[in-house]
Design a protein around this ligand. Structure first.
Ligand SMILES: *[C@@H]1O[C@H](CO)[C@@H](O)[C@H](O)[C@H]1NC(C)=O
Ligand SMILES: *[C@@H]1O[C@H](CO)[C@@H](O)[C@H](O)[C@H]1NC(C)=O
Ligand SMILES: *[C@@H]1O[C@H](CO)[C@@H](O)[C@H](O)[C@H]1NC(C)=O
Ligand SMILES: *[C@@H]1O[C@H](CO)[C@@H](O)[C@H](O)[C@H]1NC(C)=O
Ligand SMILES: *[C@@H]1O[C@H](CO)[C@@H](O)[C@H](O)[C@H]1NC(C)=O
Length: 243
């Protein structure tokens, strides 16, 4: 006969059994995982670290956040179930831990592990050719349809996890690849990069037509304009060095 205590033990055993077999994370943007589980410490394994605590943490979300947050941010790490760390370099060669110590589910994706207490899963960006000394400026709002794309071909397209900053992600995604023109398309859900930028026959339209979709920014709670259906919201970079 079951009593509620026995039932609780059985449910906990089932949950533990499920959680002990995490699904490998999806690793976007050509990043890779040099350290599946390593030791972190109070002064942090990353240099110039920036930590975000989130109740919706996922591995791809953390990588995309770090990728978008600066040209020189080349490391991302998830830890303690709800922390995303972005850094420029490793502060020291990490001590590897057994992957069984990275046993905390991600707060936004319970089937994937996101480190553990002082245990971090470390991801690294690919070596990319882009120029770090740039600033992005608005290039305008353009009509963009499958038959009349605003950008010259070839166009590299990329989508990102929802709830992150598509405009900055897209600018940094293109910059990392050495591409000078970035645009947000399909009502703010798709990023496009084009080396030569706008096609000679692209039609410019008023900015208001790129206010139909609003996207989050890197600053929680804030929104920015993000294009519209059949509208491309364009940014381009200059080699202006602010330093
Ligand atoms: C690695 O472990 C050794 C021995 O415990 C310790 O002295 C060292 O500081 C650790 N290094 C890192 C980067 O965690
Ligand atoms: C970027 O600017 C820094 C500082 O002015 C300079 O040392 C570096 O060579 C520049 N890099 C490129 C790729 O232009
Ligand atoms: C520019 O647009 C024209 C007309 O849509 C098209 O025929 C041409 O292929 C485009 N050029 C590039 C490089 O995409
Ligand atoms: C575009 O996105 C906005 C909000 O970001 C939404 O209100 C609108 O319905 C979307 N339009 C289409 C055609 O998907
Ligand atoms: C950390 O990231 C937040 C949001 O992405 C940003 O506002 C802040 O300036 C960053 N801090 C550092 C030290 O990079």
């Amino acid at each position: 006969m079951f009593n509620s205590f026995l039932l609780t033990i059985i449910i906990v055993a089932i949950i533990r059994g499920v959680l002990s077999q995490f699904v490998p994370p999806w690793i976007p943007l050509g990043w890779w995982e040099p350290f599946p589980c390593a030791v972190d410490f109070p002064s942090r394994i990353f240099r110039n670290v920036n930590t975000t605590v989130s109740s919706t943490l996922t591995v791809p979300g953390c990588i995309e956040l770090c990728d978008a947050s600066g040209y020189n941010i080349r490391y991302a790490g998830v830890e303690n179930g709800n922390e995303c760390h972005c850094g420029t370099d490793l502060a020291a060669a990490p001590n590897a831990s057994d992957v069984s110590e990275c046993d905390m589910p991600c707060s936004g994706d319970f089937v994937t592990s996101c480190g553990g207490p002082w245990r971090i899963q470390i991801y690294q960006s690919p070596e990319l050719p882009g120029n770090p000394n740039t600033s992005w400026v608005v290039g305008g709002c353009y009509v963009d349809t499958p038959d009349t794309p605003a950008f010259d071909r070839p166009i590299i397209t990329q989508t990102f996890s929802p709830d992150t900053d598509v405009v900055d992600q897209c600018n940094m995604f293109c910059q990392h690849r050495g591409i000078r023109f970035a645009g947000v398309a399909l009502n703010g859900t798709q990023c496009q990069c084009s080396a030569t930028g706008l096609n000679f026959s692209a039609n410019v339209v008023p900015y208001e037509e790129c206010e139909q979709a609003l996207c989050p920014t890197l600053y929680p709670g804030a929104l920015q304009l993000c294009g519209g259906p059949q509208r491309l919201w364009v940014h381009q970079y200059s080699d202006f060095n602010p330093y």
